[in-house]
Design a protein around this ligand. Structure first.
Ligand SMILES: Cc1ncc(C[n+]2csc(CCOP(=O)(O)OP(=O)(O)O)c2C)c(N)n1
Ligand code: SF4
Length: 504
């Protein structure tokens, strides 16, 4: 049964004209002392005078400060005027692509369930390009808080019509005023989301006057308190002035919120209840290693995975070549070997629409601690399976890194001064073994021999688990060994160096 959540609310009394009060100019300790945005503008935000975003930032920062959750909060900022929220509020910050803040917040909350995760979005961001993301996040009952700043216009891009633009309201893309017959009716996001089963709390508030701002303050707090209590999806829509695009001064803009926006977007608590989402159908939780069957317990193998000393804390590998060269598979194999050896791993593929011969590359992270991003922008190791990839990615390799090139020498005109270069004619070696297909496994053998990043014994275990055909498995075994032998016997004696194998 749904049950109402009752939170204690601070007692509010109306101020009287005779009240004495101190004027305090201060800001929440959650704001950075200086905003590292532009050298001469470190004392101020980029918001226009009278903009509602500044007020919402203040309400959010004060609530987080009072709840004492600064170090446990991740704020996802959108694309729109509030894109720079990360310059101002000193919490964990992620800047999402346009419209994706609630999807990004979903991922963050699922990965870090103990953190307070907030998606902060404008109306163009949330109700136009991000409509699907917000509806599905709400429908799944993601335990995030969304602050939806509705100013009825696209502010940042100069005033195009937003989904929330009022009927009759002029914008650069509705110069005669919004006409429902042509542009449709304004979208009422709070009402729309409150049709869904899962949300725990949905309220619409307005920054029209001090009294309503205090109500907005309470709604912001309540949403965050509910998230802290694990209540479920919480959403506050905030009707907010945009004096600049509306062509009004800050006072007129607030009046416009009161007189035009509120009648069109009634203030209300649309949802405030405890939601029990049944969890009985959840699949049994297994580790990724168990699901892949690469876990010793799961696979029931007699011999456990050999122990290996990893001499790195994090190793980023980029593997690049053509589709059909086994580029992506090599990445998967390395990630799986790392997983078996107890490392945190990630594998991120990138390839074009062609199945064969198109360019393909992947990023592999091997790490002793949790991986922040699967993207490897400065690889410690680049494996280039062809010349195009070598030329494209060699400059990205971190100083002191390694380039493994699947040919017997570098192109004459190319040097890679910052990295050690190892050339392995993998296709020729694989051809001699009986199949060009195992060139990627030759490279794996070479990589493991050269860097000792993972053990060849574990690599063999992964191949045994993956390759069911005994003839192919034997070929892979030979290929892995051939890569090692090439490094031990050919490269080590200096027969191949940077124009012909090693760098210096
Ligand atoms: C994929 C993509 N499409 C369009 C844009 C252009 N764009 C930037 S901000 C914005 C709208 C912002 O409006 P809103 O979300 O209402 O925020 P506000 O600026 O009013 O706070 C648009 C369309 C973009 N950056 N990326
Ligand atoms: S354009 Fe509008 S939303 Fe953007 S900063 Fe200025 S007042 Fe705020």
């Amino acid at each position: 049964m749904a049950e109402r959540v009752i939170l204690e609310e601070p007692k509010m009394t109306e101020p009287k004209a005779t009240d004495k009060y101190d004027v305090v100019h201060s800001k929440s300790a959650l704001f950075y002392p200086e905003y590292e945005r532009k050298a001469d503008l470190r004392h101020q935000t980029h918001y226009c005078p009278g903009c509602g975003h500044g007020v919402v930032h203040k309400l959010v920062a004060e609530a987080l400060e009072d709840l004492g959750v600064q170090n446990d909060t991740i704020l996802v900022s959108p694309v729109g005027c509030s894109v720079f929220a990360y310059y101002y509020i000193d919490v964990g910050n992620v800047q999402a692509a346009h419209g994706r803040a609630s999807a990004v917040a979903t991922g963050l909350k699922r990965a870090c369930p103990d953190k307070m995760v907030i998606a902060y979005q404008g109306d163009g961001d949330l109700a136009a390009i991000g409509t699907a993301e917000i509806i599905h996040a709400a429908n799944r009952g993601e335990k995030i808080t969304v602050f939806f700043v509705n100013n009825a216009i696209y502010g940042m891009t100069g005033g195009q019509m937003a989904p929330t633009t009022l009927v009759g309201q002029r914008s650069t893309t509705s110069p005669w005023g919004r006409r429902p017959g042509n542009e449709g009716f304004p979208l009422h996001m709070a009402e729309l989301l409150s049709m869904l089963e899962a949300p725990a709390y949905i309220e619409r508030v307005a920054l029209s006057d001090n009294k309503n701002i205090m109500k907005a303050r309470r709604a912001v707090r309540k949403a965050l308190e509910l998230q802290r209590a694990g209540a479920g999806f919480t959403f506050v829509e905030i009707l907010s002035p945009c004096p600049t695009i509306w062509g009004k001064d800050p006072i007129e803009a607030r009046k416009w919120v009161a007189e035009k926006m509120i009648p069109n977007f009634p203030l209300n608590v649309f949802r405030d209840r405890k939601v029990e989402i049944p969890s009985t159908n959840e699949p049994p939780q297994k580790t990724v290693a168990e699901v892949l069957g690469s876990d010793d317990k799961e696979s029931g193998e007699a011999a456990p995975t050999p122990r290996h000393h990893h001499h790195f804390s994090e190793l980023g590998i980029k593997i690049a070549g053509f589709g059909g060269q086994g580029v992506l598979l090599l990445g998967q194999l390395l990630a799986e070997v790392g997983m078996r050896e107890g490392l945190e791993v990630s594998w991120l593929p990138s390839y074009g629409p062609e199945m064969r011969s198109g360019s393909a590359h992947c990023h592999v992270c091997l790490s002793k601690s949790r991986i922040g991003s699967p993207l490897v922008s400065r690889p410690h190791v680049l494996i280039a399976m062809n010349e195009i990839s070598l030329r494209k990615f060699a400059a990205e390799v971190a100083p002191g890194g390694i380039v493994i090139y699947a040919r017997d020498h570098l192109p004459e005109d190319l040097t890679i001064p910052q990295a050690q270069v190892v050339c392995i004619p993998a296709s020729e070696i694989a051809d001699k073994l009986g199949s060009a297909k195992v060139a990627n496994v030759v490279i794996m053998g070479g990589l493991l021999a050269e860097t000792e990043c993972l053990s060849a014994a574990t690599a063999m275990k992964v191949l045994e688990a993956k390759v069911k055909n005994p003839t192919l498995l034997e070929l892979d075994r030979k290929a892995l060994d051939a890569g090692r032998v090439y490094i031990d016997h050919t490269v080590a004696i200096g027969a191949v160096t940077q124009a012909d194998g090693f760098a210096q």
